[in-house]
Design a binder for this molecule. Sequence first.
Ligand SMILES: [Zn+2]
Length: 432
Amino acid sequence: MSITLDGPAVPGSLRRINRLAILRLLRQMGPISIPALAKAKNISRPTVAKLVDELERDGLAMAVGSTQPAASGGKPAVLYQFNAAGVRCGAIFLRVDSAQFAVMDGNGRALALVERTLGPDTRPAPVIDVLIETFREMLATLALTPDQLIGIGVGVPGLASQQRGIVHLAPHMPEWIDVPLGEQLALALDTQVWVGNDSHVQALVERQFGLGRDGKEFITVQSGIGLSAGYFLRDALYRGYADTAGEIGHMTVQEDGPPCSCGNQGCWETLASTTALVESACRQPNGGYALPEWLAARCASMGSLASGSAPTPHEVASIAEAIFAAAQDGQPEAQELVRRHAYHFGVGVANIVNALNPGRIIIWGASTAGGALFLEEVRAVVRRRSMVRPREVCEIMFSQLGQNVGLLGAASLALTALFDGAITDSSSTSRA
Ligand SMILES: [Zn+2]
């Protein structure tokens, strides 16, 4: 298995270009016959037959029946389609406090799914060890070998160069600066690896499986400890000149606001993240932290807060979850906290609506646990704060893809590479 970290490559030969074209047609138009494929792409029938043969051998195409015999007496033709069930791709979704792992087929159906909480040390080396070890265990459980995968897509909570597989900065994890994550995982796991920013992979997955399927221009917005966006415009993910587009958590919304981990102050994240939500619930006038009574009962295991220290990312996640759950149960303080949290979130969304005029904003991540209370307040703030024309055409919705959306997004990195031609050559997609 060759290791390629260069991302989608320029197809190197006519045969490869044709093979890719046929694969795409099988996916878009299948079931379809060889004569119909030949006509659609203006390639000779023998060439198409050879390419379909090859795709079938690689597990990417399958015969699914035949056409009706023509009235003129023509022979029925075999119909082929893309064989999503034959695809195996790995997915790793790294969060600041945990990581999810899966092996999926070409339809994004998980064959195995594992979640690990990261230890207290979230510097690169110990985290990468967890990723390698857990992924190996999962492959062993499925009795799969690395050469049966088209590769592994990895979503990370930070700036990443997809071309080079490097994590340039993960602002909520210490010492994650220019880490060659793709190369390290590829060497250890012996397969191709694509690394992408978590918001970018989220946008890819919405286009493939979610609310972006209809082709409308959309922007995904991640809620939670870190806020970021994925721009899917003109039917393509906009990554930016250095792959860092979407760091809207660090747009300034309050010039003299609180300091942010990025070095700036008054970033959107300092007001609208779940860290800020938990701060508003637990911060004491003396600067320490304590759980209010109504929340303490729901967070029985949050012992460290009792000593007054700031919550860890893992604790922030748990406390925020408890606040959202209490709000859903009608607890008035929790509802007020969630409304305020949604207000801050909505201010940033209004800025996005004004700046980019998307057809749809798709919100995902921790704050979607705030349910209708959160979403309605965000919509109300956008109505008040954005300009009439862009807001009239913009739907604001929660992602419908559920808990494993990040994993699906990571898998989409590998699947997108498959359809972009980076891994369509049979020499690099050999299957057992
Ligand atoms: Zn910032």
